[in-house]
Every structure is written in structure tokens, then in C-alpha cells.
Design a binder for this molecule. Structure first.
Ligand SMILES: [Zn+2]
Length: 500
């Protein structure tokens, strides 16, 4: 059976055709089809009241909307027209949509697509190293390996990482790429091409390091760049790739790496560039006790105070980790509206500690979830991070420290807010972009679990029946359909860093 999923770029719209074999499986499905991308922005007012030639309806599924009322439907429907959600409601499909092709989603739970707010895609090529090391030990072992990556390795690694993210329900991901070997080619461009091929909504950041070992930084001198090179390349990346439109599939951010690998001047100039360009700003912060000690020694303050002193904190900024924040740091982030990308799996893998998510949320800090780079989180499952966020919060704060529904919200709407996309993604509402995950909960691992959110978050990962990104099917029946998974795996297997 061939997939009806359109190819990644230059796709022709695929109208639902009732004579095709169902691309999405369902017992008793009346008809089924991928919904095609159209490349244009969604209209500000959703079309309602009739179906167009591009309309397709998911029916009979449980629905977690995450709309302002946080409505959940034990059985409901979602209509999608092109790239946009047009209706979400309880009960059977209304008569006005009866003419549209339907995907019978009985036995499934529909949620917003997951949003990944921190990652390093290239690290897929360097997994399984320094497996028992602290962050600084791990970095010290990996920097010389990363110094030899190139465009070809990054393309293979990024495609594999993105394909796997899609399998875990991710529809939007950021990438923080901060290693640019002089002879490495267009590594940032390679990640952009990979995201377009796999079909995920992409928020890459142009990262950077300019504080080498000889100047008191952690990275060796041969993996850092000059500040002028970095600022010029970052500006060029914004001009080349950034699409600020509401339906954007690609927005650029600016992301110097960390307080111990970046100069004060680069932090300052990066913030100025991001703000003058209207793009968002990101870095790692307060990940480990070692970083806390480094900042105390070099700057005489905490990591959060250091960033604050440079004018960094604001509503356009989100920070990865923030494991080691004191109460004052949390209050400062809340006041500034600065978000936190919580990466529990990576923090546990590196023994960095457990982020104070309850305190952050209670203070009003925006929190999203991230898998972090695959070299510090070999699992790289975004649904897995939703589960771990719940468990870790409870491990330190008791069973009320985070509900399963709260964790799912961090992984969807919370992430959308960090990326500045909460008006367009993160919930299932008319007028939002059609980024939808459909999880099968009627199989052996989940059958009989009364609460579908508990089943999704606390149970094993369910089969991903369908993943729509911008209205286009990226996963069907738990397989990515935009790329050949085996070919992606073979290419990743061959993407060995020379001399490593
Ligand atoms: Zn990271």
C-alpha cells in the first residue's frame, strides 16, 4: 500500500479522495486522506459551517483541547481545512461536515502536537559517549569530537533526530546549533533542509561559542569562533531563513551557548541583534552546580544574576535547564516573563539535578519541555519528557507536585509560549494551525485505563496513529511517512565523525 502523504516541498494539494486506500487506518473508516499543506497563512477567522474540498474530519476520538476552558471530550471530532483547524467539538460529526471525508479515530486520543523547546540535533551522531560523566566532563570529552562535524554528518544526524522526534508526537521543534567548524560547510542550512524533508515546524537558533580555554572558557580554542564572524553569520541566518508570518514553518532565534563558553561581549551583542531583528533569544543557564561555581568565581554572582546584569532577561527569552535557581532567581525570571525549557531526561542522565518546576510554575514562570541533545539523552522522546516531568516533580515534591494534565500542557501550550507561537499552536482550537497528535489507546498497554491523559503520560508511549503538522500527515500507524525510516537510520549509521 502506498502512502497518500505528499512530499515535503512543492507539494501539490491533495484533496481527499474517497477512492483511495485509507492512508490512516481505522476499522470502519469511511474514507481517509492526508490533508495537504497549502503554503499560505491561515485565515484569521476560521471557516465554519461548511466543508471545503480540503476539509477532513477526525471523528469518534477522545479530545484534549487545551483551549481556554481546558475542555476535554470523551468522544468528539476535529475538522481540518488545509493547514488550519476549523472546528473542534464533542459528540458525533455535525451534519454540515457530513460530506467531508472522515477518519474514524475511535479508540484514539487527540492532543495538540508536542513542542520541543531545547535540542541539539547534530548530537545524534555522537550518542553514547561519556555516559557516566558530569556535564563539564561530558563536554570536555565531546568538544574535540564535535570540532570535526560537517554538513553531511549534521544532515544525517538532524534527519534522524527529527524523524525520531516525530515518532514521539513532536510537531514543532527548536534546534540549538553552536558548533561551526571552519571547514564544516553549511551546517545550519543542513538542519533547515532536514526539517523541511521530515516536515516538522522548525525554530532553529544560530548558536555560538567565543570563549576558548586560553581565555578562561571550557571549550578548546579550536571549536570557538570570533565574535564578528558569529554576529555576521547570525544576521545572515535571520535574513536567509526567518519567516515571521503566523503560519510560519521556520523561525530563527539567536542562542549563544552558555556563560562558560561565551564572552560577555557576545552575550550583549547577541541580545542586541535579536531584539533589533525581532527574533527570540535563548541560552543554557544554571544547568549544574559546576556552572554555579564557575559564575561565582568569574563573575561574583549567580548565573541568573549574570544574565540579568547584561540586560538579557525579558519576555522574548527562554533558558534551557535552570536546575540551580534560588528563590530570587525564580522571582526575577517570573517578573521578566523569561521562560524555562525543562529537560528532565538530560538533567538526570548527566546527574545535574532536578529543576524546581513546581516553584517556577507557582511563581508564574513560563515552562516548556525539551529533550535536549541526543548525546545527553539517548532516548530523545518528547512524550517521554512529559512523563519524566511528572515523575521528577513528584519525586521531590509529592504526588500533587505536578498532574499528568499539567505536564501535557507544558509539552504543548507551554512550549508554544516559549517559542512565541501560543496564538498559532499548542492547543486544538478553531483558527489554530493543524498540528495534531492522534494516540491509539485501545491496545494492550492502555486498554481499560480510565483517564486517557494518565494513560498517555504515565503509561508507555502509545502507538501514534496519526501526526499532522500544518495539516500534513508526517506519521501514520506509528511510522514516519515523509521519509524512509530505514534509509534515515542507515545514513545515521554511516555519519561517523572522522577520527572519533
Ligand atoms: Zn542543551
Amino acid at each position: 500500500m502506498t502512502s497518500t502523504c505528499p512530499r515535503p516541498s512543492g507539494d501539490d494539494p491533495v484533496s481527499p479522495r474517497g477512492d483511495d486506500p485509507p492512508s490512516t487506518p481505522r476499522r470502519g473508516a469511511s474514507s481517509a486522506n492526508s490533508v495537504s499543506p497549502r503554503g499560505d497563512d491561515p485565515p484569521s477567522t476560521p471557516r465554519r459551517g461548511a466543508s471545503s474540498a480540503n476539509t477532513i474530519v477526525l471523528s469518534g476520538c477522545q479530545v484534549v483541547t487545551l483551549n481556554p476552558r481546558r475542555d476535554r471530550y470523551a468522544s468528539g471530532y476535529i475538522s481540518v481545512d488545509g493547514t488550519q483547524i476549523t472546528e473542534v467539538g464533542p459528540g458525533p460529526v455535525p451534519e454540515r461536515l457530513a460530506g467531508a471525508p472522515q477518519i474514524d479515530a475511535t479508540g484514539c486520543l487527540a492532543t495538540p502536537g508536542l513542542v520541543n523547546t531545547h535540542h541539539h540535533l547534530y548530537q545524534w551522531a555522537t550518542r553514547g559517549r561519556a555516559v557516566d560523566a558530569t556535564l563539564f566532563g561530558w563536554l570536555t570529552e565531546l568538544y574535540p569530537v564535535w570540532a570535526r562535524i560537517d554538513e553531511q554528518i549534521v544532515r544525517a544526524a538532524a534527519t534522524a533526530a527529527l524523524t525520531w522526534l516525530a515518532r514521539s508526537g513532536c510537531t514543532t521543534t527548536m534546534d540549538h546549533h553552536y558548533v561551526f567548524p571552519r571547514d564544516g560547510g553549511d551546517v545550519l542550512g543542513a538542519t533547515v533542509e532536514s526539517a523541511a524533508e521530515v516536515g516538522l515546524r522548525f525554530h532553529p537558533t544560530r548558536g555560538s561559542m567565543d570563549l576558548g580555554e586560553s581565555a578562561g572558557g571550557l571549550p578548546p580554542d579550536d571549536v570557538v569562533e570570533q565574535i564578528d564572524t558569529i554576529i555576521g553569520a547570525t544576521q545572515a541566518a535571520i535574513e536567509r531563513f526567518h519567516d515571521p508570518s503566523p503560519g510560519s514553518m521556520l523561525r530563527i532565534g539567536v542562542a549563544p551557548c552558555s556563560p562558560f563558553s561565551v564572552t560577555r561581549d557576545l552575550l550583549t551583542e547577541s541580545a542586541a541583534l535579536a531584539r533589533s531583528s525581532g527574533v527570540r533569544l535563548h541560552t543554557h543557564l544554571a544547568e549544574t552546580a559546576d556552572e554555579h561555581d564557575y559564575c561565582a568565581e568569574h563573575f561574583g554572582c549567580t548565573p541568573a544574576e549574570y544574565l540579568d546584569s547584561l540586560g538579557w532577561l525579558g519576555g522574548d527569552v527562554w533558558l534551557a535547564h535552570c536546575v540551580h535557581l534560588d528563590d530570587a532567581g525564580i522571582a526575577r525570571l517570573a517578573a521578566a516573563g523569561t521562560g524555562v525549557a525543562h529537560c528532565p531526561g538530560s538533567n538526570a542522565r548527566l546527574g545535574a539535578g532536578i529543576c524546581r518546576t513546581r516553584a517556577l510554575l507557582d511563581a508564574g514562570v513560563p515552562v516548556g519541555l525539551g529533550v535536549d541533545g541526543a548525546a545527553s539523552n539517548e532516548a530523545s522522546s518528547l512524550l517521554g519528557e512529559v512523563s519524566e516531568a511528572t515523575r521528577f516533580a513528584r519525586a521531590v515534591g509529592g504526588p500533587q507536585a505536578m498532574t499528568a494534565a499539567e505536564a501535557l500542557e507544558l509539552g504543548t501550550l507551554g512550549g508554544a509560549r516559549l517559542l512565541g507561537r501560543e496564538a498559532q499552536i499548542g492547543s486544538l482550537e478553531p483558527g489554530k494551525l493543524a498540528d495534531i497528535a492522534l494516540w491509539r489507546l485501545d491496545g494492550l498497554p492502555h486498554a481499560g485505563i480510565g483517564d486517557p491523559v494518565a494513560a498517555l503520560v504515565l503509561g508507555p508511549q502509545p502507538p501514534l496513529e496519526l501526526l499532522l503538522v500544518n495539516g500534513r500527515a508526517v506519521v501514520e500507524r506509528d511510522r514516519v511517512v515523509t521519509v524512509d525510516e530505514q534509509q534515515v537510520a542507515d545514513a545515521a549509521q554511516r555519519a561517523v565523525v572522522p577520527g572519533a
